[in-house]
Design a protein around this ligand. Structure first.
Ligand SMILES: [Zn+2]
Length: 124
């Protein structure tokens, strides 16, 4: 991989990192605000509110699990940026083969080749 290509991937990863960081904090804000408004909820509205709790909990869980995924992705993006600095970007961490550019174009933070990623998913 030449320097121009590496720069392009780096730019993509930096953009992705900025977006992920923005999204994570925005979602955290929204979830916290929601919690606060529930905590300050008027007691007289309790019976109606109780009926809604199931949905609210589900939404909160969904948002939090989404945030967790984004944080995991963010970790992968950070690791990829480190690998660019080290000069090992684009190599499979498991077997060391070059990760195809088509894969890197789709997932710029991929750290494994397709074969190793599939093996890891299958747990073997
Ligand atoms: Zn591999």
């Amino acid at each position: 991989m030449n320097k121009t290509e590496l720069k392009a991937y780096r730019a993509r990863l930096l953009g992705l990192r900025a977006r992920l960081r923005g999204d994570v904090s925005q979602m955290a804000d929204a979830t916290l605000k929601k919690r606060r408004s529930e905590a300050n909820g008027d007691l007289s509205s309790m019976p109606i509110h109780m009926a809604d709790i199931g949905t609210d909990n589900f939404e909160q869980e969904f948002t939090l699990s989404l945030m967790q995924n984004e944080e995991e992705t963010l970790d992968l993006v950070e690791a990829s940026l480190e690998r660019i600095e080290e000069g090992t970007y684009g190599q499979c961490e498991e077997c060391g083969v070059k990760i195809p550019k088509t894969r890197l174009n789709a997932i710029p933070y991929a750290s494994l080749c397709v074969r190793c990623a599939t093996q890891q998913e299958q747990g073997s």
